[in-house]
Ligand binder design. Structure first.
Ligand code: ATP
Ligand code: MG
Length: 404
């Protein structure tokens, strides 16, 4: 049995529901590319999640999955640094989902804030389905299956991560209570040796009696460092810190990325459903045309009317793509009517084109070598399944389902 270092393990996924745009790149993928070098990363193309809203028409699903894999690779995710896989190729996600569904109160799902919102957003589709209601729980299974401690998300996803933590806590509370838990936990403490058991006991006491959360963190760090301790004992001691029982499924933490939401061509949030996105696969001509068509500060009706970058949808793109010098030039030129909007857009067009070019070249290489892409996803799924199976052994055992 492998010891899982939850605090170093990252899981994140993306729905293959269409083309990827530069908002995904700057908001999510660049961060993943960075994380893959310092964490044990699992990145999952969550095709079952795409079905929660797009179950009626699956004609493009496999194309979207393939494109997503190619775009991820083209943007710099590497199979030698991260595990890249397709959710449905690891059926263990479904097993954990069904087990968690037994203990998840309906009211928890109904009060997830995005539930009502997205139903309204996707009007015209019948989302009164079991799958759509349950998707946060499927997300919980996706994360808990890998005992991932860190989930990089946008701030809008905080409620989802809280939900995952609630589900994990409920699972541990219900099934972490093995017979004789306290006796076993006390025995495990004695196995730590004189110094460490004394330390553990005093930290546990500080947390339980004074609610000292720093002591809790220190105790967790202590357990993490200990080498000669079985996974079972580690789970017991983690659980014993907070009372309860064994910690079978660790609670994940959200990790927020620093990059803000990228606005789209119309100044609203860039999103494929708002038809306001620059896509990673847009040609140089498409990029030029899209940016040229962008509306600018409405105050600049005539070339000589001064403007204010803060009111202009082009400005956030400049801030992301242009050098400080160019930004100063824009700020100066716009507010003094020294430059026109067409002029202002030109360096931006070039930077976006330049930024996309290497990504597109790499994507084209993968397009020509689809077997390589399939191979990467297949070995990713294998690696993911190994980890998933380990967790399910623990989960089944906790439920008394380790039949022999
Ligand atoms: P849809 O229109 O179907 O909602 P979308 O383009 O908004 O699609 P999502 O599938 O909702 O994309 O989002 C996938 C991931 O990309 C999420 O983690 C989300 O936070 C992030 N993301 C989406 N749009 C942006 C954006 N404009 N800027 C930064 N991050 C974004
Ligand atoms: Mg969206």
């Amino acid at each position: 049995m492998n010891l899982v270092d939850s605090e170093r393990r990252v899981l994140s996924g993306m729905r293959p529901s269409g083309q990827m745009h530069i908002g995904h790149y700057h908001g999510v993928l660049k961060n993943w590319v960075k994380l893959q070098h310092s964490y044990d990363c699992f990145f999952c193309i969550v095709d079952w999640h795409a079905l929660t809203t797009d179950y009626e028409d699956v004609s493009l699903l496999s194309k979207h999955v393939q494109d997503m894999a190619i775009d991820w690779l083209a943007c710099g995710l590497s199979p030698s640094s991260a595990t890249l896989f397709i959710q449905s190729q690891v059926p263990e996600h479904a097993e954990l989902h069904v087990l968690l569904s037994m203990l998840c109160p309906l009211s928890w799902l109904e009060r997830v804030p995005s539930y009502k919102e997205s139903q309204e957003q996707h009007q015209g589709r019948d989302l009164g389905t079991y799958g759509f209601l349950g998707y946060p729980l499927l997300q919980a299974a996706d994360i808990l299956l890998y005992r991932a401690g860190i989930v990089p998300v946008g701030s809008d996803q905080l409620a989802h991560i809280e939900f995952v933590r609630d589900v994990a806590r409920r699972f541990n509370h219900l099934y972490g209570r093995e017979p004789g838990f306290e006796v076993k936990a006390e025995a495990a403490i004695r196995k730590l040796g004189k110094k460490n058991s004394k330390l553990y006991n005093s930290l546990r006491q500080a947390y339980q009696e004074q609610g000292d959360s720093e002591a809790l963190d220190t105790a967790r760090a202590l357990l993490k460092e200990l080498q000669n301790i079985t996974l079972g004992d580690k789970e017991r001691l983690l659980g014993y810190l907070e009372g309860g029982g064994k910690l079978v499924l660790p609670e994940p933490q959200a990790m927020f990325s620093e990059s803000p939401r990228l606005t789209g061509l119309d100044g609203g949030k860039m999103s494929k459903s708002h038809n306001n996105a620059i896509y990673l696969r847009d040609t140089q001509e498409q990029v030029e045309e899209k940016i040229k068509r962008m509306p600018t500060d409405p105050a600049r009706v005539h070339r000589n009317d001064p403007g204010e970058p803060a009111r202009c949808p082009v400005w956030p793109l400049h801030k992301l793509y242009s050098s400080e010098t160019t930004c100063d030039w824009v700020q100066q030129g716009c507010t003094s009517a020294g430059i026109g909007c067409v002029e202002c857009k030109q360096p931006l067009i070039e930077s976006v084109q330049q930024d996309l070019q290497p990504i597109q070249l790499r994507a084209a290489e993968y397009e020509d070598n689809l077997d390589v892409v399939r191979g990467i996803l297949a070995s990713g799924a294998e690696r993911a399944r190994d980890e998933a199976r380990d967790t399910l052994v623990e989960v089944r055992q906790a439920l008394g389902m380790n039949y022999r």
